[in-house]
Design a binder for this molecule. Structure first.
Ligand code: UDP
Ligand code: MG
Length: 322
């Protein structure tokens, strides 16, 4: 029977954790009773260096019931690394489903994901049917971002965040992706295998506040873009080429003006290209710098997460023996 691990990254989630744990527990029991998953299935909470009571709550949950496991990272490594840490410590399960701690993603989609897995899919994306619970700003920026990504030649699953099922086989393949700059939702589609999506309605956060304020969201988007595609660098080259062509035109114009004795009115044509070229050059140097920075981080091969503690129960203590 299928052994399921639900991976939940948590960063300062004390407000919502009790409710999340309860709902996930109910779901596990329900799926076990219906023989969709094995009785030693579990939920793994990954504490991503929380500063509040999140970890002590996870410990309590684990001591009450071994179906709750816990993984404590030594500091805040960020959502994507926390997810990777969780997945890497759940490979005893046949399938892993990652979900946010705030219950925004409808838990009932898990059953649909499992059904797809039974039909032979190795990767199942949870996709938001509508985003009416997100602010117009988040919707607009998200849409712009997907458009930009596809312009840059990267396929990503529209309206899919990190709510997804990965089979053991798919994750084993993913382990060969050694990069430090993680953008899972853009990398997983590259794995291949049989993939599909299930749809659900996204709710509002049940409690607590978003752990992705605007600046963090923008930086995540930028990381995604530059990790997945080097096409922005192509854009730099093309811009350089266009400016070069324009400057040939300018030279011809200057030569003609000189030959026809109309030279002195040259202030605007001197100053404007200066600003224009200066701006473009700074932008391009910055962009190249971003990639150099990424290469710098990649070559160092630092660990993507560090584990401080791992609470994993004896499988025989799991739900049925509660
Ligand atoms: N998260 C994390 N580390 C971080 C930031 C966030 O593990 O540094 C977790 C967070 O606890 C939540 C998930 O990532 O489970 C998504 O965060 P959130 O719901 O705040 O993002 P939003 O839905 O607002 O985009
Ligand atoms: Mg959320």
């Amino acid at each position: 029977m299928t052994k399921l691990a639900i991976i939940i990254p948590c960063y300062n989630e004390e407000e919502v954790l009790p409710e999340t744990a309860l709902r996930i527990y109910q779901l596990l029991v329900q799926l076990i009773n219906r023989h969709m998953i094995s009785a030693d299935s579990y939920a793994l909470f990954v504490d991503d260096g929380s500063k509040d009571r999140t970890w002590s709550m996870i410990e309590d949950l684990h001591h009450k019931n071994a179906a709750f496991r816990g993984l404590k990272l030594s500091r805040n490594f960020g959502h994507q690394n926390a997810l990777l840490a969780g997945l890497s410590h759940a490979d005893d399960a046949h399938v892993m489903i990652s979900i946010d701690a705030d219950l925004q993603d409808d838990l009932s989609a898990i059953e649909k994901m499992l059904a797809a897995y039974e039909r032979g899919y190795e990767i199942v994306y949870g996709v938001r049917e509508d985003r009416s619970t997100d602010s117009w700003f988040k919707r607009a920026t998200a849409l712009g971002f997907y458009k930009l990504l596809s312009m840059m030649g990267t396929e990503s699953v529209y309206n899919h965040a990190d709510y997804r099922l990965l089979s053991q086989k798919a994750f084993a393949a993913f382990r060969d992706f050694k990069e430090v700059n993680l953008y899972l939702r853009g990398m997983i589609p590259m794995l291949g295998f049989k993939q599909t999506a299930v749809y659900y309605k996204r709710d509002i956060r049940k409690a607590g506040t978003s752990k992705y304020p605007l600046a963090k969201m923008l930086s995540f988007a930028w990381d995604g873009l530059t990790s997945l595609s080097s096409r922005p660098l192509r854009f730099v080259t093309v811009t350089g080429g266009v400016v070069f062509l324009l400057s040939i035109g300018m030279s011809i114009y200057a030569l003609i003006s000189y030959l026809s004795d109309a030279t002195i009115h040259g202030w605007a044509s001197t100053v404007l290209p200066m600003y224009f070229l200066g701006g473009i050059q700074l932008f391009c140097i910055g962009l190249i710098g971003e990639y150099v920075g990424k290469i710098y981080r990649e070559v160092k091969q630092r660990p993507r997460f560090i584990i401080e503690e791992h609470l994993k129960g004896d499988p025989f203590e799991a739900i049925e023996h509660r």
